[in-house]
Design a protein around this ligand. Structure first.
Ligand code: ATP
Ligand code: MG
Length: 139
């Protein structure tokens, strides 16, 4: 069964570069509904918890550092088959390998500064949505 929601973050560099609007436009044009959204600056502890699945990876510390370098936008997006559809829209993890027209190709600049996060499974989408938002903040 494919789920209806995914969790995205617009990463610090993309926020600093003024790409919140263009990225939200892409999300809108591609038929996702925004269920919840906030602008926030993650603490080191919060970023470490969010990326706990990657804690054994060599890039974990750098990832946490870059994700706490400025404010991010977190949002829950709704669409049929949301996780897969959104990963298609954002493109490959490394912007250099992302298809033309994808969010990471358009607004990412490196593997680390790849503009956005997108959940990788329905189960993680729900875990990540609950990490950022209470039921009261979802519409
Ligand atoms: P995301 O989870 O952010 O949507 P992803 O699922 O495509 O991206 P993951 O393997 O989950 O990729 O990695 C999480 C994030 O860690 C990536 O978005 C990227 O910014 C960073 N990352 C992944 N691999 C590397 C690497 N080899 N070196 C540096 N950073 C990396
Ligand atoms: Mg991932």
């Amino acid at each position: 069964m494919s789920g209806k929601i995914t969790l995205t973050m617009i990463k610090p560099l993309a926020v600093q570069q003024g790409f919140i609007g263009p990225i939200l436009s892409k999300i809108n044009e591609n038929g996702f509904r925004i269920v919840a959204m906030k602008l926030m600056w993650l603490t080191q502890n919060q970023a470490m918890r969010f990326y706990e699945v990657h804690k054994e990876r060599p890039f974990y510390n750098d990832l946490v550092k870059s994700m706490t370098s400025g404010p991010i936008v977190a949002a829950i997006l709704e669409k049929e088959n949301a996780v897969e559809e959104y990963r298609k829209l954002i493109g490959a993890t490394n912007p250099a390998n992302a298809e033309p027209g994808t969010i990471r190709k358009l607004y990412g600049s490196s593997l680390e500064a790849n503009a956005v996060h997108g959940s990788d499974s329905d189960e993680n989408a729900q875990i990540e949505a609950d990490f950022f938002f209470s039921k009261l903040e979802c519409f």
